[in-house]
Design a protein around this ligand. Structure first.
Ligand code: HEM
Length: 516
């Protein structure tokens, strides 16, 4: 009898807690309705993102479903639940413009996890917030000017030798290439060289350590997904209290050691090399970027210099943000060129004309390739490597022309893939048509409807470099090889739901024919 009473009491407590939790979550899930923002039909635990959490679609596709649902009802914005987390979605380009540019002070941060003490590589530009971000952005901006791109160009062009060798082997042996893997090795070699000052040789040796760890950063397994969700769901001060680390320790150790070794070697031997690492060393030792070859010596410090950990985190983000995005863009470009041979031929004709005029591959030649630019823009439209932009609301904000107030701390998103495939802005969006980026067509479209690099003060700092290395890679391939789609490519092509970056499930496989 005593036991029965005890059991009943436990049961009663359990049911009360359960009912309490359910009531709380029901109330929580009515957050957008209470605010007056159009919402969908969120359910417990999954929110509105069941398909995404169960890996049935990509984040870009999931947000496109939301976008279409809100837009079809005439709404300019909406509110969804990413699991239990409320996310505001801007649909109307005018609202997007306010968020990314006009009212930037309210949306300055990405909201990603940062723990400089226990996980120093998280202290990079993409993650930094508020004043720290502003200062770091100001310091790094001079490293990405067109002048600096020009200086680095040869280091970048040198990596095409390895690329051609791999393509030659494929053409000679009639073996199809997994082009994403080849371009991944190409951009690893480039960024390894310009950001770390290391000859990675991953084109020659696919098992090179740099390639191995570079891939590992992007391979998000089950625990990686849980970790990522934690960084959105749990307040960051609590995570920091428990010394939560985002990057796996083997990855962090590899990159920290590689950077430390390069820094020590260059400082000890006063080495000058035309690359990002040289500019980062100037920032560390002199506090600013200059046009000379000095990395140490007189202290010209005008602002605070970078610490060793800060330098390492910035070199790391150049790698993180620079290799997979560009290799993805080049992969999709070749996929489209393989299935649109007329566009491939037109682009090759431009490459031949421009290279004949300039005699060799130079920075100026790359700038002259205007059709190439359009092909890349159209590729980034159809397949934006980063399909959704995110921001954190950092100050309460009244949405323009409404009385709705977004609260500080709420996550905000811009559904890039959805905008890029909206027939209102891009008629017949499935068609690959570089002429959409002719001057008159660009002018006819509303602004803030092409956002592969983001926009506003937080726009991709490496935009120029990303475009440049994509142009160089495509030029090196198309000048010497005709490409066709190999039957190993899974058709119709679908997006890989296990990747945050917009990539093809099963990869893109190409047959390569050498042009004499
Ligand atoms: C095709 C190539 C690339 C694409 C599509 C791309 C795309 C993006 C996007 C969408 C963002 C976020 C912008 C926003 O939130 O508004 C970003 C930020 C960033 N990207 Fe890129 N990126 C590319 C290449 C590169 C390269 C080559 C580098 C460096 C070498 C780089 C470094 C960065 C950094 C450091 C940030 C953070 C900027 C900040 O928060 O201030 N990216 N990129």
């Amino acid at each position: 009898m005593l036991l029965n009473n005890f059991t009943l009491n436990i049961l009663a407590v359990f049911i009360t807690v359960l009912v309490g939790v359910i009531v709380y979550f029901k109330w929580h899930l009515s957050y957008w309705d209470r605010l007056g923002v159009p919402s969908l039909s969120p359910v417990l635990f999954f929110g509105d993102t069941k398909n995404l959490i169960l890996s049935k679609c990509t984040i870009g596709e999931q947000f496109r479903v939301f976008y279409n649902k809100f837009k079809s009802k005439g709404y300019k914005h909406g509110g969804i639940f990413f699991g239990p987390i409320p996310f505001y979605i801007a649909i109307d380009p005018e609202i997007i413009k306010h968020i990314l540019q006009k009212d930037f002070q309210h949306f300055m941060n990405h909201g990603y996890y940062i723990n400089e003490e226990d996980d120093p590589l998280t202290g990079h530009l993409l993650n930094l917030e508020n004043v720290k971000w502003k200062n770091m952005r100001a310091k790094l901006t001079p490293t990405f000017t067109s002048g600096k791109m020009k200086i680095m160009f040869q280091t970048l062009a040198d990596c095409t030798t390895g690329l051609k060798k791999v393509m030659d082997d494929s053409a000679l042996n009639h073996t199809p290439v997994d082009i994403k893997d080849i371009f991944g090795r190409f951009t690893t070699d480039i960024i390894g060289s310009v950001a770390f000052g290391i000859e990675c040789n991953s084109l020659e040796n696919p098992d090179a350590e740099f390639r191995k760890y570079g891939k590992k950063v992007f391979e998000i397994d089950f625990f990686g997904r849980i970790k990522t969700l934690c960084t959105f769901a749990i307040p960051h001060p609590i995570l920091r209290l428990f010394r939560f680390k985002f990057y796996n320790s083997d990855v962090a150790t590899f990159f920290m050691d590689a950077i430390r070794e390069t820094v020590n070697y260059r400082e000890k031997n006063n080495i000058y090399r035309k690359d990002f690492m040289h500019l980062l060393l100037q920032l560390k030792n002199r506090g600013l970027v200059t046009d000379d070859e000095k990395i140490t010596g007189d202290k010209d410090i005008v602002t605070e210099a970078l610490t060793m950990n800060e330098l390492a985190a910035q070199a790391f983000v150049f790698f993180l943000a620079g290799f997979e995005t560009s290799s993805t863009a080049m992969t999709w470009a070749l996929y489209e060129l393989a299935i649109n041979p007329d566009v491939q031929q037109k682009l090759r004709a431009e490459i031949n004309d421009v290279l004949r005029k300039h005699n060799k591959l130079t920075y100026e030649a790359m700038m002259d390739m205007t059709y190439m630019e359009k092909v890349i823009c159209e590729t980034l439209r159809k397949y934006p490597p980063i399909p959704v932009l995110t921001r954190k609301c950092t100050k309460d904000y009244t949405i323009p022309n409404t009385s709705i107030q977004l609260q500080r701390g709420v996550s905000v998103s811009v559904p890039v893939l959805a905008l890029h495939t909206d027939p209102e802005y891009y008629p017949n969006p499935e068609k690959f048509d570089p002429d959409r980026f002719n001057d008159e067509n660009v002018k006819a479209r509303p602004g803030f409807t092409w956002l592969p690099f983001g926009e506003g003060p937080r726009i991709c700092i490496g935009l120029r470099f990303g475009l440049l290395q994509s142009k160089v890679g495509l030029t090196a391939v198309l000048k010497h090889y005709r490409i066709k789609l190999n039957h190993k490519t899974q058709l119709p092509v679908t997006l890989n739901p296990r990747s945050f970056i917009t990539s093809a499930k099963g990869g893109v496989w190409l047959d390569v024919e050498k042009i004499d």
